[in-house]
Ligand binder design. Structure first.
Ligand code: MLT
Ligand code: ZN
Length: 471
């Protein structure tokens, strides 16, 4: 049964907000109460749809007064349950707050509301000859506010870094309704603690990001994509070393296993651009200067990959359409996995120079622990970030499969800890990884998180239970 909200609260909502502000139908609560992880039992009391920061502030002042918990929600593309309501909370959807300002070409910046969709922001910037460089498969649904709250990464992190590098200013509403303007949009501001960064990556546990000033850059002049088949993990890293030294600027170095390629081919009807099959495949994207000399150097670079037997096969895109096809294969993997059934997901990172050793131990662990279970590995090798997926076999009971995966997770995270890695490279902690936070963060660090949470959200009303539990 869904939680009933206090009658006084509801009458104040009715009096002070538009008619369509708070929606309580079962279908709306189910839809807006969850993210793409689809693992948790959802229990949202109502969904609020503000149109402005003032409305967010007015709502939070009220929920603070009535001690009601609130879960902020963006495009709901998260994979860690960070935007899931599981305890009768009010979900605050930012989807109506999607206005974008004019691109400031001189200042290379853009003011956007939190609900602006990433791909539309890309298009808006492109029309002005600029780029907001955070790019990932879910860009058609994800919101800027969500990207910043989760410090989204994606496929170009090797060159541009994460979302936190591409924000100049923020507007945040605190749990008691107070509006904090951190939007001076200064590139240089050495006046002590950078409060903006406190709200980036903390999954809406400290405040709700309602608007941002994004930092923009010039798009790369000319991009070239390559798709390679390699024999094994060792060859992936040999290729990566060659790519680091290549006659171009490396923009992306993505990898997928043979199992991932097969799955994309069957589920999404996509075809590999190569005849040769390998143990793994690499999608490399580079910015190349459009000159004959560079083209020649690039061809030589490619040739030596074959003579040194680093790659089994490879191809270079001859048109933007061909490049898009390579990307469709890589970005199709998560979608193909969703289509294949229930998938237990992990998203870990290890410093790239230690990654090869880590993968060797990981292969042994998975071979021993996931007998009869298909596993699919892909990700952003260039950033040391692997996405690990175990697919529930048709005959397996969901609950016992999840239980088994959790025992394997304990061993996986021990291994991640041994390599000084992170149990969540880009998907966040949310509810799903909370119990494992201690593998990547010290007790003292967690204690400091709790202290900051207490300072900003003394009643523990904003996205409670996400990342950490209160003191
Ligand atoms: C990706 O890199 O495609 C995403 O992080 C999605 C995923 O891991 O499922
Ligand atoms: Zn990813």
């Amino acid at each position: 049964m869904r939680k009933t909200l206090p009658a006084d609260f509801l009458s104040l909502i009715e009096k002070n907000f538009p008619k369509d502000f708070l929606q309580r139908s079962e279908a709306t609560c189910a839809q807006y109460g969850d993210d793409w992880s689809k693992t948790l039992t959802i229990d949202a009391a109502a969904i609020a749809f503000p149109r402005s920061t003032q409305e967010v502030s007015k709502l939070l002042a009220l929920t603070y007064e009535f001690n009601l918990a609130v879960v902020p929600s963006g495009g709901r593309t998260g994979l860690a349950g960070g935007a899931s309501a599981t305890n009768g909370e009010i979900v605050l959807s930012l989807e109506r707050m999607n206005k974008m300002g004019e691109v400031d070409v001189l200042g290379q910046s853009l003011h956007v509301e939190a609900g602006a969709i990433t791909e539309l922001v890309h298009q808006h910037c492109e029309a002005a000859g600029l780029l907001w460089p955070i790019d990932f498969a879910a860009k058609g649904s994800s919101h800027i506010g969500g990207n910043l709250s989760t410090n989204a990464g994606g496929v170009k992190v090797i060159h541009y870094g994460m979302s936190r590098n591409w924000v100049l200013g923020l507007e945040v509403v605190l749990p008691n309704g107070e509006i904090l303007s951190l939007d001076s949009a200064l590139e240089k501001n050495n006046t002590g603690l950078d409060l903006r960064q406190l709200f980036v990556g903390t999954e809406g546990t400290l405040g709700i990001i309602t608007a941002a000033i994004l930092k923009l850059t010039r798009p790369p002049e000319s991009l070239q994509s390559f798709f390679f088949a390699v024999k094994d993990t060792a060859s992936v890293f040999q290729l990566f070393l060659e790519a680091r030294k290549g006659p171009f600027k490396l923009m992306a170095f993505e990898c997928l296993s043979e199992a991932c390629l097969k799955l994309v081919e069957t589920k999404m009807s996509l075809l590999s651009p190569l005849q040769t099959r390998g143990g793994a495949y690499v999608l490399l994207e580079a910015e190349v200067a459009p000159s004959d000399a560079v083209r020649e150097a690039q061809e030589k670079w490619l040739e030596q990959l074959f003579t040194k037997e680093i790659v089994l096969d490879g191809t270079m895109s001859q048109s933007p359409r061909e490049a898009r096809n390579y990307w469709a294969i890589r970005e199709g993997v998560p979608e193909a996995l969703f289509m294949a059934g229930y998938v237990h997901k992990n998203d870990i990172s290890v410093s790239v120079s230690k990654l090869e050793g880590f993968i060797t131990e990981l292969d042994t662990l998975f071979a021993a622990e996931y007998k009869g279970i298909e596993t699919y590995t892909f990700g952003h090798i260039g950033d040391g970030n692997l996405h690990l997926n175990a697919l529930r076999p048709d005959h397996a009971n969901l609950e016992s499969f999840q239980k088994h995966c959790h025992t394997v997770d304990e061993k996986l995270f021990q291994l991640v800890k041994k390599y000084s890695g992170s149990i969540s490279a880009e998907h966040g902690i949310g509810l799903l990884k909370k119990d494992f936070l201690h593998f990547s963060r010290s007790e003292r660090e967690i204690e400091i998180f709790r202290g900051i949470k207490k300072l900003l959200d003394p009643k523990n009303l904003l996205n409670p239970g996400k990342i950490i539990d209160p003191l």
